[in-house]
Design a protein around this ligand. Structure first.
Ligand SMILES: *Cc1c(COP(=O)(O)O)cnc(C)c1O
Length: 400
């Protein structure tokens, strides 16, 4: 029998704070009540702050991040439109696959899993596209399968330097509300997220930021869509209502999670993710193990994908942690299956959880046959979190 706390260190769904869980424990509400907009209009306004957009519009669709991808595509593009995407992990792969299934002409650039968006290659292809055949550029901001964060501002610069008019789509499902994201500043036209990662809610909401340019494109876009139609949503949202039944308990949860984010401060939330992630990475390096991310400039502050040593099956690490330690880590997805496990460190997360994740991983790794020195990762993270790692030499020696 499993006792005590269950440890959830996966990159989504993330841990839901008690405050958010309690906020969702409500009776069913009248979604056409005259005061329903008191809840929803505030959510739209506050989500705009999270996306850092003043000129864009936010939509909340029942669904998940994948549904929000579909809404973004079908509302703004035409069948057969050419779109440019780089594949460097399972999520960018699935997004390209969806674009193909929906009938787009998908120009794919395959790069190593562990690399980020190939900005120079994007710039070359956009520059060569003198007839503006490329209608959209898709970028996965944080590739959750590999723990790689790409530079969206650089993609915007590449588009601008070619005077290219393509729409910029960004998958921010595992970055928005955890890693710095600036919709207006980076000229993002469609920003996609879900409720169950940085927003600390259960899955169930697909959330979109849509620029004025993308709203304009949606007026003439001819792809088929029905449930995800922007104009139906926009018309009803203007008064705080929805064109169909919204999941009100989830909206109550979202209200509580947004309150929590702003109470801490968005900049502080982002800084906390960076600090906690750095401690985790120091721990991983102290084990002598490698991250999938190829370069420190690509390290994700929400998820770390860790390669197990030669001969150690990552599936054993996951199984032992789950069965014997009441702990879930993220699995290695697709081609990384068996070779990688992931630690999700986003949302409602703190130092104690980071240290627990590292110590559980040390035990599970050892049980799976890896020679990881006990306590090495935990100690490296402790040194970082206390400041001992950067303190004066005397103190540092004492901590070591
Ligand atoms: C989780 C995730 C998705 C998928 O979102 P769902 O909410 O599971 O549909 C897409 N992209 C990225 C980068 C993700 O992390």
């Amino acid at each position: 029998m499993k006792t005590g706390q269950t440890h959830l260190f996966i990159p989504g769904p993330t841990n839901v704070p008690d405050e958010v869980r309690r906020a969702m424990n409500v009776g069913q509400e009248d979604m056409r009540a005259p005061d329903f907009g008191d809840l929803t209009l505030g959510l739209f306004a506050d989500l705009k702050r999270v996306f850092r957009t003043e000129t864009g519009q936010v939509f909340i669709f029942p669904g998940s991040g994948t549904g929000a991808w579909e809404a973004a595509i079908t509302n703004t593009l035409n069948p057969g439109d050419k779109v440019l995407i780089a594949r460097f992990g399972q999520f960018s792969t699935l997004w390209a696959q969806m674009a193909e299934r929906l009938g787009l002409n998908v120009e794919i650039i395959d790069v190593a899993w562990g690399a980020g968006v190939p900005v120079a290659e994007f710039e070359r292809r956009l520059g060569a596209d003198t007839h503006d055949e490329i209608k959209a550029v898709f970028v996965t901001h944080n590739e959750t399968a590999t723990g790689v964060t790409s530079d969206i501002a650089a993609v915007r610069r590449a588009l601008d330097s070619c005077f290219h008019d393509a729409l910029l789509f960004v998958d921010g499902v595992s970055s928005i509300a955890s890693i710095d994201f600036r919709m207006d500043e980076w000229g993002v036209d469609l920003a996609v997220t879900g409720s169950q990662k940085g927003l600390m809610c259960p899955a169930g909401l697909g959330i979109l930021g849509v620029s004025e340019k993308a709203m304009e494109a949606s007026k003439s876009a001819t792809m088929r869509r029905a449930y995800f139609e922007f104009s139906d949503m926009a018309n009803m949202n203007a008064g705080g209502y929805f064109p169909y039944t919204p999941p009100t308990p989830l909206l109550r949860g979202l209200r509580a999670s947004l309150d929590r984010l702003f109470r801490e401060g968005l900049d502080e939330v982002i800084a906390r993710h960076a600090r906690l992630a750095e401690g985790i990475r120091r721990g991983i390096h102290a084990w002598g193990l490698d991250l999938v991310a190829e370069h420190p400039s690509l390290y994700s502050d929400t998820v770390s994908a860790i390669r197990t040593p030669e001969g150690v099956d990552a599936r054993d690490v996951l199984r032992i942690a789950y069965e014997e330690m009441n702990t879930s880590f993220g699995s290695g997805l697709a081609r990384l299956n068996g070779r990688v496990f992931r630690i999700g460190h986003l949302g409602d997360f703190n130092e104690g959880m980071a240290l627990t994740a590292l110590s559980m991983a040390e035990m599970a790794l050892w049980r799976a046959g890896a020679e990881v020195p006990f306590g090495a990762g935990v100690a490296a993270a402790q040194r970082f979190y206390t400041g001992a790692a950067s303190a004066n030499p005397q103190l540092r020696l004492a901590a070591e």
